[in-house]
Design a protein around this ligand. Structure first.
Ligand code: SF4
Length: 359
């Protein structure tokens, strides 16, 4: 029998998130949405990882995925590590009555999360304020999705995903709109329609709006929210996400507090991106602030998406990420904030961050 190289699941997940894996040869003939072509949702051990498979640095990764009969085997420098599974779906094969494939409306993320960008355009896209890590309008231009998904379309797709594929929660995000609500009104309408059709727990993500009362409007249909500061380093924010650099941290704090009151502890989260030029202290202090407010710090290594303005960057090292995850997992432990309590969204999915695996 072939021996598997010993490696802890959480360490392997960090390495895959930071280094990516070759899947060359496996993608041919596979349609978007199924298996490695879908953006690399690797399921192994008791976890799932959203693994880079298309970025330039993947060519330097020691990891590769080989097909052996009907199985996928992950190898490091040629040595067998573990078998990997890819969640497949039936709903992504269907079409709406007017002929739009469901996979253009929403996709499976992680093991059992239905995810979509409700408005696939962003007011900052063709301006100097565009976030440098973002690729929101690229998938629109490639025809992989549609610009605005209606509540009816998403309710239909969510019903099918629940019935056919046992999806258990939903993530809705949006590009920022030019209106003062920043896209939240549309998110609220979509969330209500999905809730009515399926009863599934729903997560939505948005920028701090001008009027906080609009967050209250979400509370009927929405279970968890993400308000993403991205970085606690002001210099980094200015450089990488100039639009967010214009929002004072205090606004974020107020939005987080209001949301924790409405949705509860561990039901509010913020992405914190590592690898943009910030220090470890910035991430640790920022995560402490979040955790003390009851907000989950969803720490992810920078993902240089092909076509984005950061496509030539490299993610941070696995060693650095492991170190950060260990420290922040202790902080979470002390504050009681945990992914285990989170009802829906990225924190529950955990494919893009290994923090949950370190808790
Ligand atoms: S963590 Fe969020 S963005 Fe990442 S795969 Fe899961 S739902 Fe999608």
């Amino acid at each position: 029998m072939e021996m598997e190289m010993e490696m802890e699941t959480r360490d392997l997940k960090v390495e895959l998130l930071c280094l990516g894996a070759h899947v060359s040869g496996l993608e041919q003939g596979r349609r978007a949405g199924a298996g490695p072509a879908a953006g690399g949702m690797f399921v192994f051990g008791n976890t799932v990882a959203n693994v880079p498979t298309q970025s330039w640095f993947v060519a330097q990764s020691p990891y590769r995925l080989d097909r052996e009969d009907e199985r996928y085997v992950l190898k490091k420098d040629g040595e067998r590590i573990t078998e990997v599974h890819f969640p497949t779906t039936k709903f992504q094969e269907l079409k709406t009555k007017d002929g739009i494939p469901y996979y253009k409306i929403a996709l499976l993320h992680g093991m059992d999360c239905l995810a979509t960008t409700t408005i696939q355009t962003c007011v900052y896209w063709n301006t100097p304020l565009r976030c440098k890590f973002c690729a929101i309008e690229l998938s629109l231009n490639s025809g992989a999705t549609i610009a605005k998904k209606t509540p009816e379309q998403l309710a239909e797709v969510a019903r099918a995903a629940k019935e056919l594929d046992h999806v258990t929660h939903v993530t809705l995000t949006t590009g920022t709109t030019a209106t003062p609500d920043k896209g939240i009104n549309h998110l609220a309408n979509v969330a209500s329609a999905i809730k009515e059709a399926t009863g599934l727990p729903i997560h939505v993500q948005f920028e701090p709006p001008e009027e906080f009362s609009i967050i209250d409007k979400l509370a009927d249909a929405v279970d968890t929210v993400g308000i993403h500061v991205e970085s606690f380093d002001k210099r980094v924010l200015k450089e990488i996400t100039p639009s967010k650099a214009g929002i004072p941290l205090q606004r974020f704090e107020e939005a987080w507090k209001r949301s924790v009151e409405l949705f509860g502890e561990s039901q509010v989260s913020s992405f914190v991106i590592a690898g943009l030029g910030e220090s470890d202290e910035s991430i640790i202090e920022g995560s402490t602030l979040l955790a003390e407010l009851g907000v989950y710090p969803f720490i992810v290594p920078l993902r240089p998406i092909p076509g984005s303005l950061l496509e030539k960057e490299r993610p941070p090292s696995p060693d650095r990420m492991r170190h950060l995850y260990e420290i922040v997992a202790d902080i979470l432990h002390d504050t009681g904030v945990s992914w285990k309590n989170c009802k829906a969204g990225c924190v529950r999915c955990r494919a893009c961050s290994a923090l949950a695996d370190f808790e």
